[in-house]
Write a protein that binds this ligand. Structure first.
Ligand code: LLP
Length: 432
């Protein structure tokens, strides 16, 4: 049990969260190692060990820290990075280069050089300019790169529009336009510096319906057949992206991985059999589902404002700076008072952040026991895209992250200090 209630306190992977708040301060992210491992094992059972020639590359944008990458490697997953910074963290964590894939719609020359020097296993190429850059870098370094092309499969998914990526009008991927796509594929097949592996798509995030993954897979499979016919080239790999939804609130339906993966594999295998193609390696790139529900955030309640007949606000010592998702995507969360975990709800309050922004509301109208300053509010399912998207708005320090496992707690990211916030600032002589 990751989540338990004992002595009126919320426990997370064996640790008393009220004690964690006291020891490490708030705001605090708490990540259960057990829960992350359980997700990795779920992918092992439902995919890696079930099918041959498949891989799971954890989309580290969801939560990329040295310790997290160590867990991912130990649990047998590969890694997806999308920037020099994520790659740098992977290098510092000694993540095996051949198990890293590099995504992104605007990789810089420096980032591509870094990836090629480290020898990443795959570069997912997002456009025509990028392939030219990769070729030039490889020629200069007398090396080769293994690439896939990210395509835009023209599939509209059912999720918040800000996290949809597979629709026709998208900054991501290469459009399904014969005159754009086939010359670039031809180039990849012919170029001596390029090992052309295959096709990638990612259609969106927080999905609970498998039909859009299947629709996009049909597009990708149609394309590999066409590549086979036009160029007499056997595509070696297909990457079906991530996007598997998690439970933030009771309204979210979390599907088991098999709900997405079994039909995807059945479709892929039957398509290949029917058309006499060798089934390519299949890769998926989950981020959120690996870590979202493993994480909680702890905040201390400060100012309480009761507007009679309107609303009662209870403010926390963080907010949009450590969880931008409500402000950005109207994301909904659930939480409890960690120090009053067994008490019955008596009132409705709105948990608001401390940033100077009206949208900085963490949870609107939540039922809680009688709330007081000093209470600890725990928000569930903040492990993905929480710390990863934290900012210094209002010069609030980025909170610490604690990894917990069966009652043991370790700081994996120290709290940022005020000194660190201003460490890169300079006063020009003219102002001294
Ligand atoms: N692969 C690619 C190429 C992606 O762009 C993404 C997510 C993933 C994999 C992983 O998707 P996931 O399994 O985590 O859904 N900040 C937003 C989510 C943005 C996702 C962007 N790309 C949020 O907080 O909801």
């Amino acid at each position: 049990m990751i989540k338990e209630v004992k002595n009126n306190h919320l426990f997370w992977d064996g640790c008393d969260t009220v004690e964690l708040a006291k020891t490490y301060g708030t705001p605090l992210y708490v990540i259960s190692e057990t829960a992350v491992v359980n997700e990795c094992q779920a992918f092992q059972q439902s995919f890696i060990q079930k099918y041959e020639n498949v891989r799971v590359a954890y989309a580290s944008k969801a939560f990329n820290t040295l310790a997290m990458l160590k867990i991912i490697e130990r649990e047998g997953l590969c890694l997806d990075v999308v920037s020099g910074g994520e790659l740098f963290t992977a290098i510092k964590a000694d993540f095996p280069a051949e198990h890293i894939e590099f995504n992104g719609n605007n990789k810089s020359i420096e980032e591509l050089e870094m990836a090629i020097d480290y020898g990443v296993g795959r570069i997912i190429v997002d456009g025509i300019q990028e392939i030219e850059l990769i070729r030039a870098i490889c020629r200069q370094k007398d090396t080769t790169a293994n690439i896939l092309f990210r395509i835009t499969p023209e599939v509209n998914v059912s999720t918040h529009e800000f996290i949809s990526t597979g629709q026709k009008d998208s900054k991501f991927g290469i459009p399904l336009d014969e005159e754009i796509l086939f010359p670039v594929i031809q180039q990849a097949i012919d170029a001596p510096e390029i090992n052309f592996y295959g096709i990638h798509f990612h259609i969106g995030s927080q999905l609970s319906d498998n039909s859009t993954h299947l629709a996009a897979a049909r597009v990708a499979l149609g394309l590999i057949l066409e590549i086979n016919q036009r160029f007499d080239y056997t595509v070696k790999e297909l990457n079906y992206g991530g996007g598997f939804g998690v439970t933030y609130t009771k309204d979210d339906i979390r599907q088991p991985y098999s709900y997405f993966l079994d039909p995807l594999m059945a479709l892929t295998e039957s398509f290949c059999r029917e058309h006499g193609l060798t089934r390519p390696a299949i890769v998926i790139e989950p981020g959120r589902s690996v870590v979202a529900e493993a994480g909680i955030s702890l905040h201390t309640i400060g100012a309480i404002k009761d507007l009679p007949g309107i609303r009662k606000y209870a403010s926390i010592d963080g907010g949009m700076t450590d969880n931008i998702r409500p402000g950005l995507y109207q994301a909904q969360y659930e939480g409890i008072l960690a120090n009053k975990a067994e008490e019955t709800a008596t009132e409705t309050v709105t948990i608001s952040g401390k940033a100077c922004e009206s949208t900085d509301i963490l949870v609107k109208d939540i039922q809680v026991p009688t709330i007081e300053s000093g209470d600890i509010f725990a928000t569930f399912a903040t492990g993905a895209y929480g710390y990863a998207m934290a900012s210094n708005y209002n010069k609030l320090p980025i909170p610490a992250v604690v990894l917990v496992k069966e009652g043991q707690a370790d700081v994996i990211v120290a709290r940022q200090s005020y000194e660190q916030i201003i460490q890169n600032e300079r006063i020009p002589d003219t102002l001294k």
